[in-house]
Every structure is written in structure tokens, then in C-alpha cells.
Design a protein around this ligand. Structure first.
Ligand SMILES: Nc1nc2c(ncn2[C@@H]2O[C@H](COP(=O)(O)OP(=O)(O)OP(=O)(O)O)[C@@H](O)[C@H]2O)c(=O)[nH]1
Ligand SMILES: [Mg+2]
Length: 238
């Protein structure tokens, strides 16, 4: 199964030269990386172009004209890969919160499951060096969504997930409306309701060390409301 790793970047100049080789080291020979950069003012895309010369035929780059968020980047990445010959897709952050060392374990499990979730909320998984309030919001957000939507996925909001192409087809990417946190919740809910087999594997999630966070605080509270909208949509579809 040919794997495409999708990494959205915005101002990741401090991480890009380290994260790219770390990813390439942890994926099969025929796998590729797709970077989707939103014209980062810090020149992340130029750094990726240099890496493309260093690692020929391994790195693809799409540059969008301005900051458009991670959810639309992920969907663009899936569609890009589905039009080519990729069978499996994995999202990863550029800031090392999603450790590339877990890629082989995710890939191993996708041979058997439709979706493999890198999970902070199963035994052996967890979060390192994050503020209490941020942990509380993450755990609370997952629990709240799980209760409202009735989906037995423990890490509902995490973004380190591997999907089979067939799972993305079942989810129906054109139906996904959520942004930010809601995007992950919507993807996993639609996957579960459409009968995908989901496996959670433990990951340790360290907080970003270099570079700055781009997540707007409002997105979290917006997601709490969107959960109810997702519930209604899903009810009508499945
Ligand atoms: N293309 C693109 N990438 C983005 C955008 N916003 C964030 N990213 C990238 O998406 C990934 C996750 O963003 P982060 O800023 O790490 O978000 P977070 O993990 O919730 O927050 P921190 O770890 O605290 O910074 C990183 O690789 C970012 O560079 C965006 O608007 N467009
Ligand atoms: Mg991060």
C-alpha cells in the first residue's frame, strides 16, 4: 500500500529541516511526503524546495496563496493523493508533536484497519509538557464529543491519523464542513458511522518546542457548538 504523508506548514522554518528527514527515515521506500504551505512569510516553502533537491522524488510541495487553515490543507492533500496512486494517507504536524517514529507502527496497523488513530488517551499514550488548562481542554473536548456523538474513539481531536483511501471515500470528503478541532471530530464520526474499522495506538505527544502556535483559541469553543451540527448531519446521512 503506497503511503502519502501530508504535512501542513505555516511558519515552520525552525522545524522544517529537521522534521522532513525524520519523516523520510520512517516511511517505506515507495512512500512520499506532501507539504502544503500557505505562503509562510518565514520562507518555509523555499526550505522545502532545497530539501526536494536533496531528496529527489520523495517530496511534493503545494503552495497556497495565504493562510487557510489545517482542515482545508488536509482535504487538499487527500484529494491530491487520491488522484494519484496513493492508497494510504497520514497527517503529521511539523512541530514534532507528532513524532515521526510512530509512522511505522501506524503503517503496520493500517494493513488491518481502515483508520489508525495516534492516540493520547489510550494506555501508554499521553501528553508531555503542556499546560494543565490545555490538557484539560483536549481531554474535555474529546469526552464531550464522544458523549454527544456516541463514537467510541478516545482521542477524538488528535490530528495524527492514518486513513485508507477506501475510508476517505466512505467518509465523503465533500461533506466535511468543520474547521479546526471540529474537522477531526467530523472525520472520525463519519468514519465510524460509515462502518470503518478504527484502531487507536498509543502516542506520546510532546508540546511544540520550536516556533509558535497558530491555533486560535476561539476554535475550541466553536467546536463545542459544531459537535451538535455534526450530530444532525450524520443522522441525516447514515
Ligand atoms: N498550511 C497551513 N498549515 C498550518 C496552518 N495553521 C497551522 N498549520 C500547521 O499545522 C500544524 C499544526 O499547527 P500548530 O500550530 O502546531 O497547532 P497546535 O499543534 O494545535 O498548536 P501548538 O502545538 O501549540 O503550536 C503545524 O505543522 C503548522 O505549521 C495553516 O493555516 N495553513
Ligand atoms: Mg503543534
Amino acid at each position: 500500500m503506497k503511503l502519502l504523508v501530508i504535512m501542513a506548514t505555516y511558519n515552520e522554518i525552525e522545524n522544517i529541516n529537521e522534521i522532513v528527514p525524520a519523516i523520510l527515515m520512517n516511511i517505506p521506500e515507495n512512500a512520499e511526503l506532501l507539504v502544503i504551505d500557505d505562503s509562510s512569510p518565514d520562507g518555509t516553502a523555499d526550505a522545502v524546495r532545497k530539501l526536494q533537491e536533496q531528496y529527489p522524488n520523495k517530496i511534493n510541495l503545494l503552495v497556497r496563496p495565504g493562510k487557510q487553515g489545517v482542515a482545508t490543507a488536509a482535504i487538499l492533500g487527500y484529494k491530491w493523493g487520491m488522484e494519484r496512486d496513493f492508497d494510504v494517507f497520514c497527517n503529521i504536524d511539523a512541530d514534532f508533536s507528532h513524532k515521526p517514529e510512530y509512522l511505522p507502527e501506524l503503517y503496520k496497523n493500517i494493513q488491518e484497519y481502515d483508520i489508525v488513530v495516534g492516540s493520547r488517551n489510550v494506555r501508554g499514550g499521553g501528553i508531555e509538557n503542556r499546560s494543565f488548562i490545555r490538557n484539560f481542554l483536549t481531554a474535555g473536548g474529546s469526552l464531550y464529543s464522544r458523549l454527544v456523538l456516541g463514537v467510541p474513539v478516545k482521542d477524538f481531536t488528535g490530528g495524527y491519523n492514518m486513513y485508507r483511501k477506501s475510508a476517505l471515500e466512505k467518509i465523503g470528503l465533500d461533506n466535511i464542513k468543520g474547521l479546526g478541532y471540529a474537522f477531526q471530530i467530523e472525520m472520525k464520526t463519519r468514519a465510524y458511522k460509515s462502518g470503518c474499522k478504527i484502531k487507536e495506538i498509543p502516542i506520546i505527544f510532546p508540546d511544540r518546542v520550536k516556533g509558535v502556535s497558530k491555533i486560535e483559541k476561539g476554535i475550541f469553543f466553536e467546536a463545542l457548538k459544531i459537535v451538535w451540527k455534526i450530530k444532525k448531519d450524520v443522522k441525516e446521512t447514515f
